[in-house]
Design a protein around this ligand. Structure first.
Ligand code: ADP
Ligand code: MG
Length: 562
């Protein structure tokens, strides 16, 4: 500690590079500070530090972290406390560039597995970034002293020592996350694919603000015929709408809340913080949003269950395209999700290709079946369920054709759900006989070649940058994830980049299917933690799902697949 103070005094006013000398470990009262990486100049990515408190000092009650889910939830809670403490104690701007800023990763409405705060048996560790202060390009050592010796200890005290925290809020956070995971697991045994509890708040503040709509939101209330009760471990009995396995439709007039419900179900694969409004909403963990994505690249995907005999006899069992159409992209998105083991597809008419969704009787009479390459989803959605056990929830306000194939029909009426299954059944027509369509292949033998997974750029062997959540620069590849809607956090995108690289180095060469290879990567991270992905100590990783990881690789434009 005194060594650090001396070093900072000595470098005050010298060139910024002099800061390099402070890397290392220092004992502070109650914690150890480790300066893990020192930035090269005041405008570079801020320096990385970590603090480690003995468990005796942090005094986190064991019952709040004794199981894996509780530990994850409490880690998330502590990161949020740190954030708040930083806002309270850190002055911020202290000179040029990022001088004076202090940050911890996290925030957002979801509770994700991260490496910003890690709890272990005998200590708790937090990783922060810190902009080392500069005047112009000179080191401002005295300002740095204020950051390390005044601000940091106050942040650690108020952000990580349980005695300073709101114990009730901590318990609420942990219990809520535990309930959500229980709820998601419970679905399977009940043959449900999703659940939305009474009182849930579905609409968001805005299209770019994931917080709940502050005013005028109509709370959710399930109709009796679809209501289910679940006994949550902490909250006790909760009533809500259970969506059964099978084919479910969400119908209703425009602007009545159909898409809002579907978006809520998309996010139901994640746990949400208390107060979010969606903390008692769950969908199957492997639910995947499916949409049209014209322009995306497709590599060696068997889209023949949906698209066949293209003009000029083009093969669709190993279909590739640099610039897919709406329908081929939507077909590929389904087939790729099935390959990763999805059991629930979520589809909104707003983001679908019409010719992929339906083809009505009159159009069939005009254009003979053998002249139309597309077998629309309406003709395959039952097969998905009966042959593969894959359910679908489809928003469809514009066509009655899906009434013929639906098991459950929910009508959104002024933001309130109504069960109109019986009414819909009375309108349904028997399905006309059809020639057998091509079978689904859920274990397609396709794997990316070395060039696809090459992380190098210029002279750098590994170059991975994340500008925004939906844009990943991986080596020379720019991966557009704009249509991968269940990717929710930039730190997940960063982690996807590192996981692709990990895959390239461990097992990509001899895997037989992409999903099998990526499952190994997911298992490695589960076993060894996110830290196994990075040679440096960082705190800005968050676990993605297998589906979003695969989605990123599937969208790389360049390179051969085998
Ligand atoms: P649809 O898909 O049926 O056309 P949307 O789901 O897009 O309708 O919803 C239309 C608008 O209503 C959105 O601005 C949404 O935020 C708002 N909304 C949805 N559900 C509710 C609710 N429960 N309470 C208040 N506003 C809601
Ligand atoms: Mg809509």
């Amino acid at each position: 500690m005194h060594t650090l103070r001396k070093r900072l005094l000595a470098l005050d006013g010298r060139g910024y590079k002099a800061y390099k000398a402070i890397a290392g470990r220092y004992a502070f009262p109650g914690f150890t500070l480790s300066i893990d990486h020192v930035q090269g100049d005041p405008f570079a990515t801020p320096s990385r530090i970590s603090v480690r408190l003995p468990m005796g000092q942090a005094a986190l009650p064991a019952e709040l972290w004794r199981s894996p889910v509780r530990r994850l939830a409490l880690e998330d809670f502590l990161a949020r406390c740190l954030r708040r403490a930083i806002r309270r104690h850190v002055k911020g701007q202290r000179g040029s560039g990022n001088s004076g800023e202090m940050r911890v990763a996290g925030g957002g409405q979801q509770v994700l597995q991260r490496n910003a705060v890690l709890i272990s048996e005998d200590h708790v560790e937090a990783r922060l970034t810190l902009g080392l202060p500069a005047r112009g390009r000179r080191a401002a050592g005295r300002e740095a002293i204020a950051m390390f010796f005044d601000e940091l200890p106050a942040v650690v005290q108020d952000g990580l020592c349980f005695a300073q925290l709101d114990a009730n809020a901590a318990a609420r956070h942990v219990h809520s996350v535990e309930d959500q995971q229980y709820l998601r697991d419970w679905l399977r045994g009940e043959d449900l694919v999703a659940f939305v509890a009474d009182g849930a708040v579905l609409p968001r503040a805005s299209g770019v603000d994931d917080r709940p709509l502050a005013e005028g939101a109509l709370p959710w209330h399930a109709p009796d015929s679809l209501a289910r009760r679940v006994d949550l471990p902490n909250a006790g009995e909760v009533r809500g709408l259970g969506i059964p396995a099978g084919v479910s439709l969400i119908v209703g007039g425009g602007f009545h809340g159909k898409s809002t419900l579907l978006q809520t179900l998309e996010r139901g694969v994640y746990d949400h913080i208390p107060g979010d409004g969606r903390e008692r909403v769950a969908s199957l963990a492997d639910a995947v949003k499916i949409r049209a994505e014209d322009g995306r690249a497709i590599h060696a995907v068997d889209i023949s269950p949906f698209i066949n005999h293209l003009p000029f006899g083009r093969d669709t069992t190993r279909f590739s395209s640099e610039n897919a159409s709406g329908s081929t992209s939507q077909a590929a998105n389904i087939v790729e999700a099935l390959a990763c083991g999805s059991r629930l597809l979520l589809i909104d008419e707003d983001t679908s290709a019409t010719n992929f969704m339906i083809r009505d009787a009159r159009m069939q009479a005009l254009v003979a079946d053998d002249k139309e390459p597309i077998t629309p989803l309406v003709q395959r959605v039952r097969d998905l369920y009966t042959q593969l056990g894959v359910s679908s929830i489809i928003v469809m306000g514009g066509s009655g054709d899906y009434l013929d194939v639906a098991d459950t029909v929910i009508m959104m009426d002024n933001y309130a759900p109504r069960d109109v299954t019986d009414k819909a059944r009375a309108l349904a027509r028997p399905l006309p006989p059809r020639p057998a369509a091509a079978p689904f292949d859920t274990h397609p033998r396709r794997c990316p070649g070395p060039r696809v997974l090459d992380a190098s750029r210029g002279r750098r062997a590994v170059k991975i940058d994340v500008r925004e959540t939906h844009l990943l620069d991986y080596g020379e590849h720019r991966i557009d994830l704009g249509a991968v809607e269940q990717l929710v956090d930039r730190d997940q995108t960063r982690t996807i980049g590192l996981m692709i690289h990990y895959f390239a180095e461990h097992g990509a060469e001899d895997c037989e299917t992409l999903a099998e290879g990526l499952r190994q990567v997911m298992h490695a991270v589960e076993r060894h933690g996110l830290d196994c992905l990075s040679p440096f100590k960082v705190g800005n990783l968050a676990l993605p799902r297998l589906f979003e990881l695969a989605a990123a690789i599937n969208r790389i434009r360049e390179g051969e697949w085998r």
